[in-house]
Design a protein around this ligand. Structure first.
Ligand SMILES: [Zn+2]
Length: 320
């Protein structure tokens, strides 16, 4: 099993002391970590961190809201975007389905330049209002069906030896709470070498009643066991903790006035905490899944901060 951490280059935020390959290797060795899962969220490949970090996986760019665009639901698109220019900026310059497919292919090609062993693809759809009202425009079934269509339209450019791992979220799509949805989704994919990236925090976000990590560990194990043989598809785990039921139960299901990206980010980070696991009950999960990759996927300020959080999770896992 390879251990990784999530990394996303933000200009100006790089740790100055860790900008050489040697310094980075020393840092990784001190944590017993093999490399990073790079989040490739821009059009161009991150040429700053790729040469320094051993990049084992790449998390592809994701669009939280896309299904109306894919289906050509103009009425909803007009609600979401003030004008065509805003829409095009959001979809990496694409004004229609075909252009968007090309934009996704470009994103994948840039990601492949980092020579990853695997790519990560989010399976979810929600607009900026849905995430506050918790009333959604599309069902899990619609989201997985359209995701399979998009994936099948671009997958031929991904070399067969690069695995594609589909990640669960708590919004409509691949939540992992319904075996039939998981089975149907994978049956629609016209490619081998695919699997699941189980995000533990995202799965915890599907259950508002979890009060602590002990309860959460039981919930994770029970939900994964319910997938039956599909649990064998879990090749990667994004490990973090997210006990946020109190917040989810507390806010009004209305869209805040003067909605802006900051309010949206604040709201999402209250739901999806990405904190370090502390309870050793997480070991139970690793008794039932044997991933090739465990990514310590955490919110952190800098790499020093991250080191402390990774050690916390490793001790919960019983690794150190
Ligand atoms: Zn994740």
């Amino acid at each position: 099993m390879k251990q990784l951490f999530n990394y996303c280059y933000i200009p100006g935020y790089n740790d100055e002391s860790l900008t050489t390959k040697d310094a980075m290797q020393t840092y990784l060795n001190s944590l017993g970590v093999d490399g990073i899962e790079l989040f490739h969220y821009k059009k161009d490949l991150d040429v700053v961190s790729v040469p320094v970090f051993p990049t084992v996986g790449v998390h592809l760019k994701y669009w939280p809201y896309w299904l109306d665009f894919w289906q050509g639901n103009k009425k909803y698109l007009k609600k979401q975007f003030a004008n065509v220019e805003d829409l095009k900026t959001y979809f990496f310059g694409a004004a229609n389905k075909d252009e968007w497919i090309n934009a996704i292919k470009e994103n994948i090609k840039r990601a492949l330049e980092a020579n990853p062993e695997y790519l990560v693809w989010h399976v979810s759809d929600a607009d900026t209002e849905n995430i506050f009202t918790f009333s959604f425009n599309h069902t899990d079934e619609e989201v997985i069906t359209a995701t399979a269509e998009v994936f099948n339209a671009v997958s031929d450019i991904i070399p067969q030896n690069v695995m594609v791992l589909f990640e669960n979220l708590w919004w409509p799509g691949l939540k992992l709470t319904n075996k039939k949805i998981v089975d149907t989704f994978f049956a629609m994919l016209k490619r081998d070498n695919v699997g699941i990236m189980l995000d533990t925090g995202h799965l915890m976000n599907t259950n508002q009643d979890l009060n602590n990590e002990e309860e959460a560990a039981d919930y994770l194990c029970k939900t994964i066991e319910n997938l039956g043989s599909a649990k064998e598809l879990i090749y990667g785990v994004h490990l973090s903790s997210s006990i946020s039921g109190e917040y989810v139960g507390s806010f009004e299901r209305t869209v805040p006035e003067r909605l802006n990206p900051e309010k949206i980010m604040q709201h999402i980070s209250q739901i999806d905490r990405h904190q370090a696991w502390t309870s050793s009950k997480i070991k139970n999960l690793f008794h039932i899944v044997e991933p090739r990759y465990v990514v310590h996927e955490l919110y952190y300020n800098d790499l020093q901060d991250l080191a402390k959080l990774v050690k916390k999770q490793q001790s919960a896992m019983g690794i150190y």
